[in-house]
Design a protein around this ligand. Structure first.
Ligand SMILES: NC(=[NH2+])NCCC[C@H](N)C(=O)O
Length: 597
């Protein structure tokens, strides 16, 4: 809907400078709402107009601005033209603003913003997002939690903008940790039990050594058990050599060993799925490094045939990625014993995905320590002649420090969820808000997760941050709890209406409070554009926070109860529109809005 207004302003601007309005539309933006009342609704930067050649300079910038402003006519939509410092402001007809915006929000609440013209260029077709990607049988650290929620956000956003999205989880499902598990199980485990009651067997804490090893493979294992299994391997050489022996059997595709590995993998994925469900995250495909161990040979053959693979002095196989061909930047793809590496499997995985899914773009989400790895990966693909490597991107994020629970350092995802939930239940009991909730545990979990997400998404993803439970779960301030509270309060207001909201007279919505809300809603498509351009969720988080602050004052100053029917209906219509934008924005972030809290 913002497009209707942008177009109207562009039309008048186009007439004044003798240009085509289409080229001017992208230069017109919605003015952000701030504490002071905004000067106007839309604006255009005169420097941008000069740069694009749409306008000729007339003396200095200020003079050009004033001359241009005088030449722009007003009409029924654009009521006033106000020259500012290097910008021209357009003031819109407020009645029309309310009417157009709310009409559209009521007829297509879910299409609002996401179907905007300015977002059309971002519809690329099929997007593959690879995220979460934990290592089976190793610790699921805060980085994997970040990858999970960030990847989920990117996938949700791409989907909302009309792309087809494929969500892939690329498990670290091959390596020495399976040697440890496999040899442990062979010593202490029970095949029979694993077959008949796999999960129970994993959770049985009284079966001695077996659970020590098996616990390692489940995500929800107790940290002390995980620590114990690794400590044992560190201090006991016989444990290490048994593990190495088992892993060799795996590498040699010995069926008995593979059978056990498959079983561990399945059980683990089953466990992950349960936890992803709590987080509201789903995957279309669970792939993993193990899938591509055979294909690495094909990759190496192809590299050799293109004369890209060289043998180093150490006997390893390397690809020179330097610009000058002086090996100042190279990647190792084969160890001296002939085995492949992480990056070799990534090359194979990328080729396989392109072939299977024919994606138009692919996005990898991992912490920033892997930035170099992905740069190398993309360059290798380029060197192999795959132009599409240009549509592969790595979204990097920083480290989280100090994420711990009452039991100590976080090793497993489920501990974080439990902690968020129990702290939230405690807070809710203290404020006595949970009394009439049907399922206080579920509500607490949803709010706790939204708090984690908002905390994580507030700043630039690349920044490291310190994690503090008390700050994260505050009810006031810019937290996920505050967003949920705003949503629940809007739901409660709307629940109180027994008949359908119907509004035909929008004149009660021209006061400054209502106008601020409407002006803010008008910005939604631009905020989505920002998010989709740099894949940073902070723009949407900030937008929803400001929206919630505006709602808080609107609750005070725009009462429904006690107002005349026409005023009450108009306000309800505004509140219900705000509610749908808030809920949809939260869902894109990966938050499930709660109706009561
Ligand atoms: N295609 C990739 N390499 N994806 C990232 C995988 C992340 C890896 N499993 C880790 O935990 O570090």
């Amino acid at each position: 809907m913002a497009c209707f207004f942008r177009r109207s302003a562009a039309l008048q601007l186009a007439k004044a400078c003798g240009q085509n309005e289409e080229t001017l539309i992208p230069l017109i933006s919605v003015a952000p709402v701030n504490k002071k009342q905004s000067v106007a609704d839309l604006r255009v930067s005169v420097s941008h107009l000069l740069q694009s050649g749409a306008v000729r300079p007339d003396g200095d910038l200020q003079n050009t601005t004033h001359t241009l402003a005088r030449q722009i006519r007003t009409d029924a939509v654009v009521e006033e033209i106000i020259p500012g410092r290097g910008v021209i402001h357009f003031r819109l007809n407020k009645l029309l603003l309310a009417q157009k915006l709310l009409d559209q929000l009521r007829s297509d609440p879910d299409g609002f913003g996401v179907k905007s013209e300015i977002l059309r260029q971002l519809r690329v077709g099929r997007t593959l997002v690879e995220f979460s990607s934990p290592n089976i049988a190793k610790k699921f650290h805060a980085g994997h939690l970040r990858s999970t929620i960030i990847g989920n956000f990117i996938a949700n956003l791409k989907k909302a903008l009309g792309n087809e999205v494929i969500r892939v989880n690329y498990l670290g499902d091959w390596g020495m940790q399976f040697g440890l598990l496999g040899s442990g199980f062979e010593r202490f485990g029970s095949q029979e039990k694993l077959r008949t009651q796999p999960l129970e067997h994993l959770f049985e804490s009284s079966v001695g050594g077996c659970c020590v090893y098996l616990y390692g493979s489940a995500v929800c294992v107790r940290p002390q058990v995980y620590v114990q299994v690794n400590r044992e391997a560190e201090s006991d050489a016989s444990v290490r050599s048994a593990a190495a022996h088992f892993f060799r059997r795996l590498e040699q595709s010995e069926e008995q060993a593979l059978e056990l590995w498959r079983h561990f993998r399945e059980i683990t994925i089953h466990e992950y799925k349960r936890i992803y469900q709590r987080l509201g995250v789903e995957f279309d495909h669970y792939s993993g490094e193990s899938f591509h161990r055979a294909e690495t040979q094909t990759v190496l053959d192809e590299l050799r045939s293109r004369c890209l693979l060289k043998t180093s002095q150490k006997g390893t196989g390397v690809v020179d990625l330097s610009d000058k061909g002086d090996m100042s930047n190279y990647a190792t793809l084969v160890r001296s014993d002939g085995t492949s590496l992480y990056i070799t499997r990534d090359v194979a995985a990328a080729l396989d995905r392109k072939q299977r899914f024919s994606f138009d773009e692919m996005i990898y989400v991992t912490d920033k320590s892997q930035t170099m790895h992905f740069q190398q990966l993309f360059r290798i693909l380029q060197a192999m002649g795959h132009q599409w490597a240009g549509s592969c991107h790595h979204v990097a994020f920083g480290l989280v420090q100090g994420m711990s629970t009452r039991r100590g350092e976080v090793l497993f995802l489920e501990d974080v969820l439990e902690e968020a939930q129990s702290r939230m239940i405690h807070n809710m009991r203290q404020s006595r808000t949970s009394k009439e909730l049907e399922d206080p545990e579920l509500t607490a979990e949803r709010i706790g997760i939204s708090a984690l997400i908002v905390q994580d998404f507030k700043g630039p993803l690349i920044s490291d941050y310190r994690f503090e439970w008390d700050k994260v779960l505050q009810a006031q301030g810019d937290t996920g709890v505050f967003l949920q509270y705003t949503h629940a309060r809007l739901c409660s207001l709307l629940r109180q209406q027994d008949c359908e909201i119907s509004c035909s007279d929008f004149s009660p919505l021209t006061d400054s409070r209502s106008v601020s809300l409407l002006q803010h809603l008008l910005r939604y498509d631009e905020v989505l554009l920002q998010c989709a351009t740099d894949l940073q969720p902070k723009h949407l988080v900030n937008f929803l926070m400001t929206l919630s602050h505006l709602v808080a004052s609107a609750h005070r100053e725009l009462p429904v109860k006690g107002s005349s029917e026409a005023v009450a209906q108009a306000r309800l219509c505004l509140f219900s529109s705000v509610h749908s934008v808030l809920a949809n924005g939260m869902r894109i972030l990966g938050i499930t809005p709660v109706d009561k809290m």
